[in-house]
Design a protein around this ligand. Structure first.
Ligand SMILES: NC(=O)c1ccc[n+]([C@@H]2O[C@H](COP(=O)([O-])OP(=O)(O)OC[C@H]3O[C@@H](n4cnc5c(N)ncnc54)[C@H](O)[C@@H]3O)[C@@H](O)[C@H]2O)c1
Length: 274
């Protein structure tokens, strides 16, 4: 990072020398973030619960960019595994300076029908998992006295309630506050902590729900004021914006990119209206 001369940054390769670590890196948004950050010159470490064989085709495509990359199978709910993952990344690529907690799951079920196991799973992956990665990587940055960036992948569902995903909404709302508290604690070390909070992305978790119920995709789209769904690449672009060394003042913020969805009362429509 060059804190004194942001105007001198070559934006084509503005992340050269950085090491990005991305959880849920084989998912639709995680892999788009990897492509975006690698394209800007960062080395990229991906972690996901999926087996290493699943990562091979993606890494083979990413590597022609000439950037270093690696994959580790890791369960973000396991604090120890995440710590060991960060250690392996540091030995191979250097200490991660761009930390992207992105792994998440969603359970679509009304609150009164949700089992304790379903509730804990969403909280464990989405909130505990994000904390585990952020904490482990920040400890290494602090040990090296290096600046860095954390970009949590939040959701518009932290900013406005959505029926039938209670644990997901609660996990993302808690993540939002974790982002703010960490931003306050870490500002003096030049570690900036922000979140990107997308609305309906036409991929990943939302697309999986829509595949089960195609009519829901149509009705959901109608509720977005700008009338557009988001692509994973558009989310990745905002993550890269927060990672840009020229962006030196934003911390504790949320880039809410939901096309105005959270401004409406659409999310509180009754079940039979959806
Ligand atoms: N798709 C959307 O509309 C949307 C909207 C707002 C926010 N988001 C957020 O974007 C992020 C990425 O989601 P996506 O839509 O790309 O979904 P996705 O399912 O494509 O990606 C999520 C990835 O997380 C991985 N994962 C799940 N549990 C894990 C665990 N215990 N340990 C490690 N990895 C695990 C999955 O294997 C998957 O590859 C999430 O944080 C999600 O909440 C998505």
């Amino acid at each position: 990072m060059n804190p004194t001369k942001p105007s001198s940054v070559n934006r084509d390769q503005n992340l050269a020398g950085q090491v990005a670590i991305i959880s849920g890196g084989l998912g639709d948004i995680g892999s788009a973030i990897a492509v975006e950050l690698a394209g800007r010159g960062a080395a990229v470490a991906l972690g996901d619960i999926k087996p290493a064989a699943d990562a091979r085709p993606f890494l083979d495509n990413l590597n022609p960019t000439g950037r270093r990359s690696r994959y580790d199978q890791v369960d973000v709910t396991d604090w120890q595994q995440v710590g060991q993952w960060v250690e392996r990344v540091e030995s191979d690529l250097g200490p991660p300076t761009l930390i992207i907690p992105n792994a998440a799951v969603v359970t679509l079920v009304p609150t009164c029908e949700m089992s304790p196991a379903q509730w804990s799973r969403d909280l464990r992956v989405n909130l505990d998992g994000a904390f585990h990665l952020a904490q482990a990587a920040i400890l290494r940055l602090r040990a090296h006295q290096r600046p860095g960036r954390v970009v949590f992948i939040g959701s518009w569902a932290a900013h406005s309630p959505h029926v039938h995903i209670p644990a997901y909404c609660a996990s993302k709302a808690a993540l939002r506050m974790l982002c703010k508290t960490m931003a306050l604690e870490l500002a003096e070390f030049d570690i900036l902590v922000n979140e990107v909070a997308p609305g309906y992305v036409d991929a990943g978790l939302t697309a999986a729900v829509w595949r089960e119920n195609p009519q829901l995709r149509v009705s959901s789209l109608k509720t977005v004021p700008v009338g557009r769904l988001i692509s994973p690449a558009e989310v990745a672009f905002q993550v890269a914006h927060l990672c840009d060394p020229a962006n030196r003042h934003m911390t504790g913020t949320s880039i809410l990119m939901d096309g105005g969805l959270s401004l409406t009362n659409a999310a509180t429509l009754r079940k039979d209206e959806r």
